[in-house]
Design a protein around this ligand. Structure first.
Ligand code: GLU
Length: 277
């Protein structure tokens, strides 16, 4: 009896470890049965065979991935990057299907195999690395504040007792609680909703990456960024775990477009300046 119990405990431990490390383990096999072909071990091969890339992108972030309601097309730096990737894979920038992700859905969408890759203003963090894999950094941002012009809020320290909006599942929501523990944080599913709350005076400030806030100030010149950058947010492309060959392919491609000028061209198109060295 005692021995049986011990064996069971050891077995449970092995299974847990297997699951945690994402290699082997009965749980993973079961999950795989429900996944489309593209999430099996040979990801790259399967994508090529399928004949199109399935990219998870933002529909709610100006400059990076934003739905143009007039054309019903999603537009932005990350959209163009994914078109470049389709060009690399298929010699055709149109061979990409865009799937909408939000900050809180992007990791589950990778894990359940719905998308091959996420290009969605996603900061590389140690916590997220436990759930998904990341490419090398392709954009550097930092968290900041957006307020209405003339606001008494000039930095995070002024948020005490104030309402600040941000988005669910973002590092911004987590960071602001640490940086301004006495602020009231209002979380929305998407960035335009968070921005609207600021515009309607339901909040005193909005917080997320400077790169995202800049896109919103361009929509409303009555708003401005204040307080400088108070975190570092390096963006990585996201992948479900266990596809080293696919991640390596992406990192080599990132290197290639940085070297051949394509990256700089796209950067200038969207941000109207040279990419930082
Ligand atoms: N880069 C931050 C993050 O990954 C904020 C932007 C976003 O929500 O996508 O959480």
């Amino acid at each position: 009896m005692k021995l049986k119990k011990m064996m069971a405990a050891v077995l449970a431990g092995v299974l847990t470890l297997g699951l945690l490390s994402g290699c082997g383990g009965g749980g993973e096999k079961k999950a795989e049965e429900n996944k489309p072909a593209a999430t099996e071990a040979k990801m790259l091969e399967n994508i090529k065979q399928r004949g199109k890339l399935i990219a998870g992108v933002k529909y709610d972030v100006p400059l990076f991935g934003m739905l143009n309601t007039q054309t019903n097309q999603v537009e932005g730096f990350e959209i163009d990057l994914m078109r470049e990737l389709a060009k690399k894979l298929f010699n055709d920038p149109e061979k990409v299907e865009f799937v909408k992700v939000e900050s809180k859905t992007r990791i589950p969408m990778l894990q359940n195999g719905r998308v091959d890759i996420v290009a969605g203003t996603m900061t590389i963090t140690e916590e997220r690395k436990k759930q998904i894999d990341f490419s090398d950094v392709y954009f550097n941002a930092g968290q900041s504040l957006l307020v209405k012009k003339g606001s008494p809020i000039k930095s995070v320290t002024d948020l005490k007792g104030k309402k600040v909006t941000t988005v669910q599942g973002s590092t911004s929501a987590k960071n602001i609680r640490a940086k301004a523990p006495e602020a009231q944080v209002l979380e929305f599913p998407t960035y335009p909703e968070a921005f609207l709350a600021l515009q309607n005076d339901r909040a005193d400030a909005m917080t997320t990456d400077n790169s995202i806030l800049i896109g919103f100030t361009q929509k409303d010149p009555n708003t401005e960024l204040v307080g400088g950058l108070f975190t570092s947010e390096p963006y990585g492309l996201g992948f479900s775990k266990g596809h080293e060959e696919w991640v390596k392919f992406i990192n080599d491609w990132l290197q290639e477009i940085k070297t051949n000028g394509t990256y700089a061209e796209l950067y200038k198109k969207w941000f109207k300046e040279e990419p930082p060295k």
